[in-house]
Design a protein around this ligand. Structure first.
Ligand code: MN
Ligand code: MN
Length: 387
């Protein structure tokens, strides 16, 4: 059954009797198909115990070429992470992540160190070149061709997020791989050039190309400047945080602030020592976490008495499926900083304190079998970060 047929089939099945539907549905959600996310029991999440939701990304070997590397966290490394994949990439001066596209995922990135230049092409022929500093982010819609290069004399390091956990950075569509396998006669006709023009082109995927350092100012494209209506760049940390608390602060870039970012919301969360991002869940998205600095404890609640805690250090990744309860606590002696990605352009969360505050004391008294007076002492608003 093709994905299209499957979706059509499921749309029809949804109207059928529940018992019949359950017997007809496949027992596993399909890669990248978010249309019925969380509606089909996932065998990995249906066991007596919750699976691990942590992966030591920076400790993994990844793919190394010269002094550049790409390390990935997909379902192969972290099986629970079906909705989001991530990559840590470092590019040395003079090196470039070559022209490529991703057939199955949009790309979102946060720059940690150094400077990066990108170019991206859109189906309408618009192209944009941008230079990025630490704290800046980019978003490339699914399938749009792009390249990334290191600017200046220092290496650059950034974290990439893809809205599909089955996506592999090492399975992208690269321009050298394509041209290296197409007949030279075909290329000659395509470009209106003699076949000899393509002699000596790479025969296999280059991945990280190495050459001269790029010019300080981006040079004019062959077609001239033809800028898209929406920019692919957003200076997230150059803005004030959208929310500040005694125990920390949060920057958030969803599609209301970063218009083109229709399928990914990015967050930077700072927590002071002992501070807690309170128990909460996300009704409409999975969550992918990367520890930029610090030591944290992440809890996950999966119903039926299933509760799991993981401890993460710098360079570790965690993943929380859509709808699963969780919390994040700084358990180190230094402030911590997390990069968090959601596979939605419209952020939604429900915090436990807010939920409690949305109910009257008699309901809470009955629910917990405790006197109503106890619940008068509970917060009357959303706590978000405690204390
Ligand atoms: Mn890419
Ligand atoms: Mn969360």
């Amino acid at each position: 059954m093709s994905d299209f047929q499957r979706r059509e089939f499921l749309a029809g099945a949804a109207t059928a009797a529940a018992a019949v539907t359950a017997s007809l549905l496949p027992n596993q959600a399909q890669a990248g198909d978010t249309s019925f996310m969380n509606n089909v029991p996932d065998p990995l999440l249906a066991a007596k115990e919750l699976p691990t939701f942590k992966f030591a990304l920076e400790k993994s070997p990844g793919k190394v070429i010269g002094n550049s590397f790409g390390k990935e966290a997909t379902v192969a490394q972290l099986p629970i992470s079906k909705g989001i994949a991530g990559v840590s990439m470092k590019i040395e001066p003079g090196a470039m992540r070559e022209l490529h596209w991703h057939a199955t995922a949009a790309e979102w990135a946060f720059v940690i160190d150094g400077r990066v230049r990108t170019t991206v092409i859109e189906p309408e022929g618009y192209a944009e070149t941008n230079d990025f500093d630490p704290g800046d982010i980019w978003y490339f819609p699914r399938g749009h061709g792009h390249m990334l290069e290191c600017l200046g004399n220092e290496p650059c390091h950034f974290i990439l997020i893809f809205d599909n956990g089955y996506f592999s950075e090492f399975g992208t569509f690269s321009i050298t791989d394509w041209l290296g396998h197409a007949p030279q006669a075909l290329l000659a006709k395509n470009f209106g050039l003699p076949e000899s023009s393509f002699a000596g082109f790479p025969k296999s995927e280059v991945y990280f190309a190495r050459g001269k350092a790029p010019p300080a100012e981006p040079a004019r494209p062959l077609q001239g400047w033809k800028l898209p209506p929406q920019t692919h760049k957003y200076r997230m940390l150059a803005q004030p945080p959208h929310a500040t608390f005694k125990g920390g602060r949060e920057w958030r870039a969803d599609s209301t602030r970063f218009e083109i970012s229709k399928t990914i919301t990015g967050v930077i969360l700072d927590l002071e020592p002992r501070a807690l991002r309170e128990l909460h869940w996300h009704p409409t998205s999975d969550e992918w976490q990367y520890v930029i600095a610090g030591d944290i404890s992440v809890t996950m609640f999966g119903s039926h008495g299933r509760f799991r805690t993981e401890t993460l250090a710098q360079g570790d990744v965690a993943y929380i499926p859509q709808g699963y309860g969780h919390s994040i606590e700084n358990v180190g002696s230094q402030p911590c900083r997390l990069l968090i990605g959601f596979n939605t352009g419209i952020y939604e969360a429900i915090d436990l304190s807010q939920w409690i505050a949305g109910n009257p004391t008699d309901v809470l008294a009955t629910n917990f079998g405790k006197p109503a007076s106890l619940f008068e002492k509970f917060p009357k608003r959303d706590v978000f970060i405690a204390p």
